[in-house]
Ligand binder design. Structure first.
Ligand code: GTP
Ligand code: MG
Length: 209
């Protein structure tokens, strides 16, 4: 079988649909399901999104962290949106700006009626940061279906990897099935994540708050 036949998420069309720059700003019409992607700055979010949709440069990959400053919507196959949230925790941004962004993100996550779930990215090499844990708390509070992608997994050896996976599941209080080891470098985890995203967009909408 070829990779294409196995691909749980075949990309037939992909369009950048726009970006939200403030809480009352534009966002796509609420007819299609959405899956959001969140994580601290430099965690590898743009790289993961590019790998997921098999494009070299859908989302910008940066050497300088903190580049994604908007909630960006990408329409896939005219069927759903991938939503790229701004990276949090970037130290060189002022506290005021960070707070503002947190408000924008939390408001979006709370109020989007078409949002089916979120993929939270955590760097596999380090324990989850306080910001990561705070985000996971928030996601559990709003009861949004959550998966965790452990990024840059290629940087770990076998022993460290097993330890990190066990620790991540313990610290984040998640089932192992909710955690997907991922590498944008090797492609590990791409199909598992693609399947999870494809499943999420099939799920029924959340009941309105
Ligand atoms: P901002 O949007 O700037 O906050 O960052 P981001 O989370 O989008 O991260 P980005 O994808 O830009 O990657 C940050 C750095 O990590 C880049 O130098 C990438 O090449 C590197 N990187 C991302 N994913 C991986 C991975 O799976 N493995 C390895 N080894 N490096 C990675
Ligand atoms: Mg980015």
């Amino acid at each position: 079988m070829t990779a294409t036949q196995d691909d749980p998420l075949v990309i037939r069309s992909l369009e950048f649909a726009g970006g939200v720059v403030d809480p009352d700003g534009w966002r796509p019409e609420v007819s299609l399901p959405e899956v959001a992607f969140s994580g601290r700055s430099n965690v590898g979010k743009s790289s993961l999104l590019n790998k997921l949709v098999r494009r070299k440069a859908l989302a910008r990959v940066s050497q300088t962290p903190g580049k994604t400053r908007e909630i960006n919507f990408f329409r896939v196959n005219d069927a759903f949106y991938l939503v790229d949230l701004p990276g949090y925790g970037y130290a060189r941004v002022s506290k005021t700006l960070r707070d503002r962004w947190r408000q924008i993100i939390e408001r979006y996550l709370r109020t989007s009626r078409t949002l089916r779930g979120i993929v939270q990215l955590v760097d596999a090499r380090h324990p989850p940061t306080p910001d990561d844990l705070r985000m996971l708390d928030f996601l559990s509070e709003i009861e949004l279906p959550t998966l965790v992608a452990l990024t840059k997994i290629d940087k770990l050896g076998a022993k460290e990897r097993a330890e990190r996976l066990a620790q991540a599941s313990l610290v984040m209080q998640l089932e192992q099935e909710q955690i997907i080891p991922f590498s944008a470098m090797t492609g590990e985890g791409r199909d598992e994540l693609a399947r999870a995203v494809a499943d999420l967009v099939q799920d029924p909408p959340r009941s309105s708050e």
